[in-house]
Write a protein that binds this ligand. Structure first.
Ligand code: NAD
Length: 356
């Protein structure tokens, strides 16, 4: 198969980790007889430096024209004080919106080899952690109207959280369908005791739950979810929630597994075009040092094969290659412990590629 992948390496550790994912994809191509064409587009701070905007119109067109998009990360202290209208993150929100990427899938799995890297006690993680956060990505407070005005002599800032029934229904369907392929349970997270948008969210989810009667459904408030993720994470299968709650809970969940560097994500549209990226940021504190963990990005590439290209066997091959690297004792600095072999970002990529 021939596939066109638009590659957005971005800032900080972005280029280092994306290079490792491409190294692994190249071996997949060799082994399975595919051809992946890569088109690089600047995004984030590096694009601001070159063009004055976090992504150009031409770059956006290349994302839209691709079979899928692979992203590293954007941002860093250098661009923290630029005009808010051209901040690096603006490009991410724009790509999500222009490509209609309304569903963000974040699998959170504790690799058994890293059980002692979890900050939770073995008695809690002993049952394993294997949950999928399905986060709504193009609505809610991140896309609502915002303004700062002066009222009675002081500044007042407002951010609006808006959801419509169709936005809730389509993300709900992704969650229920995903649960059918997993352990068959959906927990819908909201703040329906306070927010109108959450009360509508809950009503739409209840309708869907009737339709998907084979899936076990429950409602849970976001504050309780934050607590339950620490107390008993193995109770969850699929968690579905709105944009901001999902952003926060998925970072919390990722830490249960030891390192944010391990976690992939997929952002899906109603077509096969998706964007795949690790859940972490550009880690400016370790950029250019060849010590970043590339596994989150490599696992994101595996999700790209599974969800956008329908290449399940190839995706399994990448996931098995990652498992073998961990089984063989290779660790990047973020997951390193005495008795294991410490490797850099590039070496970890090479080891995983050679395991394919
Ligand atoms: P971060 O995720 O970049 O880093 C948090 C911590 O995790 C740091 O100590 C970092 O060294 C470590 N870390 C992250 N990824 C790692 C990896 N692959 N291997 C080893 N360690 C890793 O979050 P931050 O420091 O809050 O943000 C840094 C910049 O990234 C900011 O400019 C922020 O806006 C941006 N950001 C971008 C995205 C994105 O592009 N999707 C997401 C979050 C943050």
């Amino acid at each position: 198969m021939v596939k066109n992948i638009t590659v957005l390496k971005g800032d900080g550790i972005g280029p280092e980790i994306v290079d490792q994912a491409i190294k692994v994809l190249d071996v997949v191509c060799e082994k399975y007889g595919h051809k992946f064409n890569y088109t690089e587009v600047d995004i984030g701070g590096c694009s601001i430096d070159k063009y004055g905007v976090p992504i150009t119109d031409e770059g956006m067109s290349k994302c839209k024209a691709a079979d899928s998009v692979l992203l590293g990360a954007v941002g860093g202290p250098k661009w923290d004080n630029v005009d808010p209208s051209v901040r690096p993150e603006k490009a991410l929100l724009a790509v999500r919106s222009e490509l209609g990427l309304f569903a963000n899938l974040r699998p959170t799995k504790l690799f058994s080899q890293l059980a002692d890297a979890s900050p939770l006690k073995p008695s809690i993680v002993g049952n394993g952690i294997d949950l999928m956060i399905v986060r709504e990505l193009t609505g809610g407070i991140y896309f609502g109207k915002r303004r700062t005005e002066v009222v009675d002599g002081e500044k007042v800032a407002t951010d609006e959280m808006t959801y419509s029934e169709h936005e809730i229904e389509r993300i709900g369907r992704v969650a229920f369908e995903s649960a059918r392929k997993r352990s068959g349970r959906v927990a819908s997270v909201d703040k329906a005791n306070v927010l109108d948008s959450s009360r509508l969210w809950r009503a739409v989810m209840h309708k869907l739950a009737e339709e998907y009667s084979d899936v076990e459904y429950s409602d849970i408030l976001v504050d309780n979810t934050a607590m339950q993720l620490i107390k008993n994470p193995s109770q969850f299968d699929v968690i579905v929630t709105e944009n901001m709650f999902g952003d926060i809970l998925s970072d919390e969940a990722s830490m249960l597994t030891g390192s944010i560097g391990m976690m992939p994500s997929a952002s899906l549209s109603s077509t096969t075009l998706g964007m795949y990226e690790p859940i972490h940021g550009s880690a400016p504190d370790i950029a250019g040092m060849d010590i970043a963990n590339p596994i989150g990005t490599i696992m994101s590439a595996a999700m790209m094969l599974r969800y956008s290209f329908d290449m399940a066997e190839e995706a399994d091959a990448i996931e098995n290659a990652v498992n073998k690297a961990l089984d063989d004792g290779y660790r990047t600095a973020d997951i390193y412990k005495d008795g294991f072999m410490k490797v850099g970002c590039s070496e970890m990529g090479t080891i995983i590629a050679s395991n394919i």
